[in-house]
Write a protein that binds this ligand. Sequence first.
Ligand SMILES: [Zn+2]
Length: 124
Amino acid sequence: MRRYFTLVGRALRLRCPVCGKGKLFRGWFSMHGHCPQCNANFQREPGFYLGSIYFNYGLTALLCTIISVSMMFNRRVEQWQLIAVTLSIAVLFPIWFFRYARSLWLGFDQYMDPRQGETGTGRK
Ligand SMILES: [Zn+2]
């Protein structure tokens, strides 16, 4: 369980899942190919980050559903306001969450298929 929280913490800080020190991103959308600290490969196979779309889409859909349903039951909210807020979230949230979705996917992959040299996890 400690290893799980270590990997989630590293993912939320956008750090390398193997060493926890190297940054995953050099810009808003551009990732390093390898960890600047431990040289772990961040692109484990072609199309690797396709799985991060599950995280991004799932959380965006959940968030839109919760907010739009809660706004529907508020009588002071107009229909156009509900659409504007939901549409804004549906467009802007995935852009903001892009890096975290990739980072969480990388951490999930590290959890399910650990690489050699993982440090600070309490498990070998
Ligand atoms: Zn690293």
